[in-house]
Design a protein around this ligand. Structure first.
Ligand code: NAD
Length: 287
């Protein structure tokens, strides 16, 4: 079966990439809507979510209806070019290799999963063995290009993330901590440690720490501070990088996604832009 669709658009023939989506929540829905509305030269053909209600709701919002597969294995085997993971770290652990083995490229949003070295190695080997690519969009931060550029000269990399306690609720961290997110009344540093530990304790909140450490000096040398601020109406990430090259700081104040306050609007926009880069014009702006 041919993997790409040839679609007529005026006199021009456009070769549309076929996309599969794993996870139909806040990010998955926005990506699907962007494709459906023509913001990306691609066609969403297959989707899967653990929750049938969530996938059905997504399909109901789309003009071009994708097929809902019965399970993630069937999604991996479906005739698509690229699968976008927008589900969870477990989804990455359970499906990344099988997606690559099925000769599909993969975009990963739950980047925290990659700080587990065994998962990272499996994915790197999978890309080589099956000649496929894995894309990690910049997510809810800016400046990854600069961090990659200075990676060999970095002495320290610090991320301070401020979120409303509501956006942190449900994190594994609170299972063992004395801190009750409902009782925080003033800005409080609730966590300080390595990126490697942070993504385990806050798997749905701190993917940016994983992106930073993968681009920079590694997950054990990247420091993460998490501030819970009951007055915060934005997800704020402040990055400070220092080294032989000099110093730079980046601050991003993100509007949370209305359907999932843990997720920032920029994370979705960044995924859509990454997809546009993969599917669209050959002129690429920025490193
Ligand atoms: N890279 C970044 O900067 C960044 C930013 C925000 C969120 N994220 C991550 O992206 C992922 C999606 O975020 P979201 O806001 O859309 O979450 P969400 O909770 O709104 O949606 C996730 C959906 O995936 C489904 N799901 C979870 N595990 C699954 C599995 N193993 N198989 C199939 N379906 C599964 C859930 O049922 C849910 O519908 C999360 O892991 C989140 O931590 C990354």
């Amino acid at each position: 079966m041919p993997i790409t669709d040839l679609t007529r658009c005026g006199a021009k023939k456009i070769c549309l990439k076929r996309i599969g989506l794993l996870g139909c929540g806040a990010i998955g829905t926005e990506i699907a809507l962007a494709i459906d509305s023509g913001k990306v030269d691609a066609k969403l053909t297959h989707v899967f979510d653990f929750s049938k209600d969530v996938s059905a709701l997504l399909v109901s919002k789309l003009t071009n209806k994708p097929i809902v597969t019965e399970n993630a294995g069937l999604l991996a085997a479906s005739p698509v070019d690229l699968i976008i993971e927008a589900a969870s770290q477990d989804a990455v652990r359970d499906n990344a290799l099988s997606i690559l083995q099925n000769r599909k490229d993969l975009m990963i949003m739950s980047v925290g999963a990659l700080l587990d070295e065994s998962i990272f190695d499996i994915i790197v080997e999978g890309c080589k063995d099956f000649n496929k690519r894995v894309f990690l969009p910049s997510g809810a931060i800016a400046g990854l290009d600069a961090i990659r550029a200075v990676q060999d000269e970095l002495d320290s990399l610090v991320l301070v993330t401020t979120k409303n306690p509501k956006a942190l609720k449900g994190a594994k961290f609170f299972e063992t901590s004395q801190i009750d997110p409902d009782k925080i009344v003033a800005p409080t540093v609730i966590y300080e440690g390595t990126a490697q530990e942070a993504v385990k304790l806050f798997p749905s909140n701190i993917n940016v720490a994983a992106l930073l450490s993968l681009a920079g000096i590694g997950s054990t040398k990247t420091t993460v501070k998490i501030v819970a601020d009951p007055k915060a109406d934005k997800n704020i990430h402040e990055i400070e990088a220092k080294g032989k090259f000099g110093r730079f700081t980046i601050k991003v104040e993100n509007v949370p996604s209305p359907s999932n306050p843990k997720t920032s609007r920029l994370a979705t926009l960044s995924a859509v832009e990454c997809l546009r880069k993969i599917c669209g014009s050959r002129v690429q702006i920025g490193t």
